[in-house]
Design a protein around this ligand. Structure first.
Ligand code: MN
Length: 291
């Protein structure tokens, strides 16, 4: 018998946004905004850039070439378009509803910009970047790139026209997600119309949270307003959601990775020694080349 998943805390949007490069105006929910890394493992970082119009620009805004090692970056576009290039030779443009799942693993250089045509016109831009940790045994595996776009996304329509679920990863009521993951993870991007209802189960052993991207919700009987982050306790399984108004939200859950975290900027390893090696390898050009 499954029981209602207990809510541990409802965390409001952090007060101040920060800039990542000149193209991503984001609120950092963790680890800076909230010190919850232990409670939200395997997720390492969540940046949410709510809808913001940067205005037209001939020079695309964004972040120029930088490295990553030891984890994955997952970028979800809600408005606007993001263009990516990396040193493994992968590139892509993700449009609203699309997701880019980049496994940095042993090391990659990449750059992330607003797409050129979108930049010229300007308009609302909204995205999320979520960092997913890798277990020790996979941190030095080969980099990988998964684009989840209109061609391969897995959409589940909800009964009674209540909305739809983009099953990015994991298992939504028996439907498998598009992305492959190294550890058990669920990632669902959900659109739910006003008064629409949705119920699903997530194992109590998963760390679980929901970010309200648009609108507002009732989650297991508790109100969550725009941009709230609902953090669940490891107790109970069932999540019952009613949209108080038209809503968009991101459900994330995963089995915790119970290993030490050592981080230096874009490198997330298990020990200081491994961080030193990452810095050395980066300085010695072992992350490849990217113009
Ligand atoms: Mn990056």
């Amino acid at each position: 018998m499954s029981t209602t998943k207990k809510i541990k805390a409802i965390l409001p949007r952090p007060v101040k946004p920060g800039m990542v490069g000149d193209g991503f105006r984001v609120f950092n929910y963790f680890p800076s905004g909230n010190n919850i890394r232990k409670e939200i493992s395997p997720f390492l970082m969540l940046d949410f850039g709510p809808s913001f119009d940067f205005g037209p620009s001939d020079k695309p805004r964004g972040v120029d070439v930088h490295p990553h090692r030891g984890f994955e970056t997952v970028t979800i576009a809600y408005k606007g378009a993001v263009e990516h290039h990396d040193s493994a030779g992968n590139s892509g443009i993700i449009y609203p509803g699309d997701v880019q799942w980049m496994t940095a693993a042993s090391g990659i250089l990449h750059k992330e910009f607003h797409e050129t045509e979108f930049s010229k016109k300007g308009g609302p831009f909204e995205m999320i970047q979520l960092w997913v940790n890798l277990p020790k045994k996979d941190k030095m595996s080969t980099p990988k790139y998964q684009e989840i776009s209109s061609k391969n996304k897995v959409l589940v329509s909800l009964e009674g026209n209540a909305g739809e679920v983009n099953v990015i990863a994991g298992d939504f009521k028996g439907t498998k997600g598009a992305a492959s993951t190294f550890t058990p993870i669920n990632l669902f991007s959900v659109k739910l119309n006003k008064d629409g209802k949705l119920q699903f189960d997530i194992p109590s052993g998963h760390n679980t949270a929901i970010l309200v991207v648009e609108g507002s919700l009732q989650v297991n009987g508790t109100d969550a307003i725009l941009h709230d982050f609902i953090l669940f306790a490891n107790e109970g399984e069932t999540v019952d959601i009613t949209a108080s108004e038209n809503a968009v939200f991101l459900v994330m859950s995963g089995e915790p990775i119970d290993e030490p975290i050592a981080q230096y900027g874009p490198f997330v390893m298990n020990t200081q020694q491994e961080l030193m090696e990452a810095i050395d390898d980066f300085n010695n050009g072992k992350f490849g080349r990217l113009e």
